[in-house]
Write a protein that binds this ligand. Structure first.
Ligand code: IPE
Ligand code: IPE
Ligand code: MG
Length: 242
């Protein structure tokens, strides 16, 4: 759904493709998982800094539907990092008024991890200071296909008429149904591609690509990017009015 709560030119919803953990570690001769662990520490810093920069919604890409192609060791290591992040951050997130939610297809994830995810979502549901959304086993195409399937089921069940299957009906069936569209999408590590992230939701997002590898990304750099965002003209297909 379109972001309605943009105040001035602050990016109220920032989405980040946290890329470059593997290269960060490998350039030091370390295992890729060391980079992922360092990356999780950066998440903590960015989450802490976000509200002070005017960010209400922060969405981060942690694991894509394509990342299963990696070695079992790396995949299992990442899953352990996600579980540890939830366990170790639960108190802090609750205290700081962060609402944590997950998007992506959960059925393929370990049952214990699924339970932890549901638990922290329920625990932080009343929080409203920062809406943190973590994308795990998330793919934009997979999400759209799942939403289309739900639409088809609703039409078949007679809940919805075929002519009611419009943009709003599809958006309401996405994992992000209650979350506004991102104003700004940042990708670290120098790659200038979207890699299946928020395909539907980023239709009119601004993009920022930085060469910084995710484990080196700081709140200072985020603040600089937010400042540049404030100078951009967003036209949404219209004409700039002076
Ligand atoms: C991003 O870092 C984290 C995940 C995709 C899980 P990468 O692991 O992709 O790091 P690079 O791109 O190989 O350096
Ligand atoms: C995108 O990074 C996914 C995440 C950051 C979780 P990848 O490293 O998987 O993307 P590609 O393979 O370089 O496109
Ligand atoms: Mg990568």
């Amino acid at each position: 759904m379109a972001a309605k709560d943009i105040t001035g030119s602050v990016a109220a919803h920032v989405a980040i493709i946290m890329d470059g953990n593997g290269r960060w570690a490998q350039s030091r001769g370390w295992p890729r998982l060391v980079g992922h662990r360092r990356g999780a520490e950066r998440v903590r810093d960015i989450v802490e800094a976000a509200p002070g920069l005017g960010i209400r919604y922060l969405t981060i890409f942690a694991f894509s539907t394509e990342n299963w192609k990696r070695s079992t060791e790396e995949v299992l290591g990442l899953m352990r990092i996600f579980a540890r992040y939830i366990e170790s951050e639960a108190d802090r997130l609750s205290r700081e008024g962060v609402r944590l939610r997950f998007i992506g297809e959960r059925a393929r994830l370990d049952k214990k991890l699924q339970k932890l995810m549901a638990g922290i979502e329920a625990r932080t549901a009343p929080n409203d200071r920062l809406h943190l959304t973590v994308a795990i086993n998330y793919g934009g195409r997979d999400e759209i296909a799942r939403a289309a399937r739900r639409l088809a089921q609703d039409v078949a069940a007679g809940v919805l008429r075929p002519d009611e299957a419009d943009e709003a009906a599809l958006a309401a069936r996405l994992d992000t149904a209650d979350i506004p569209d991102p104003d700004l999408v940042i990708r670290t590590s120098g790659e200038a591609r979207i890699s299946n992230f928020l395909l539907w939701q980023s239709a009119y997002s601004e993009y920022e690509f930085t060469p910084t590898l995710w484990p080196d990304f700081t709140p200072d750099e985020l603040a600089r990017i937010m400042e540049c965002f404030g100078q951009r003209d967003r036209r949404f297909g219209g004409v700039l009015t002076a």
